[in-house]
Design a protein around this ligand. Sequence first.
Ligand code: ADP
Ligand code: MG
Length: 212
Amino acid sequence: MTSKPFTTLPLPAALQQNLDALGYRRMTPVQEQSLPALLEGKDAIVRAQTGSGKTLAFGIGTIMKLAENESDVQGLILCPTRELAEQVAGELRRLSRHRPNIKILTLCGGVPLAPQRDSLQYGAHIVVGTPGRVLDHLGKKTLSLSKVHTLVLDEADRMLDLGFHDAIMKIASHLTSSRQSLLFSATFPETIAAIAAALLRDPVTVEVENSA
Ligand code: ADP
Ligand code: MG
């Protein structure tokens, strides 16, 4: 099976050009199977191994819905570690190069809160962070998530392994129920099924086998 090109998706020309410039021409299987539903605004559970291109799938989904003339946080991406959050933020910055006003901020632990608080005051469209630090900012009211329309749980299995279940649930209680929620995971244990049932609404499920 040859994979479809990104040009088969209903994306703006500027984004198509940027994808092309970044060397992304054909979708990986996980992108091809998830992006149509993501772009329709559906909730999704996506299970696929590391390296299958999950970041681009939720990245395009999140960026497509951003209004850059609003300074509120509109996309929230939760990752298990600082390294992953930095990696995801870097990829989202590349994906949104055609819209240079989009601000993407990482909020991870292990560094002082104050500089993050100051950055938040200038506004951010997308926050990529670890659950503990995002929850810290919510507790201090230095972060508002009331305008978030896309929630992404990236590497959800690792986040649960690291004990972030309660933090994720508390963060989700700050979001509107009309949001789109996307859960990405390499494995699908019972605990993932449970958190998906709690946080996603009528999700589509995409599973890509390891040979992909
Ligand atoms: P995952 O999150 O599933 O582990 P990533 O999103 O980190 O995977 O992507 C893995 C690598 O594949 C990255 O280097 C990314 O740039 C590359 N990649 C993703 N999608 C495509 C594509 N459609 N065409 C070519 N390379 C891609
Ligand atoms: Mg990933």
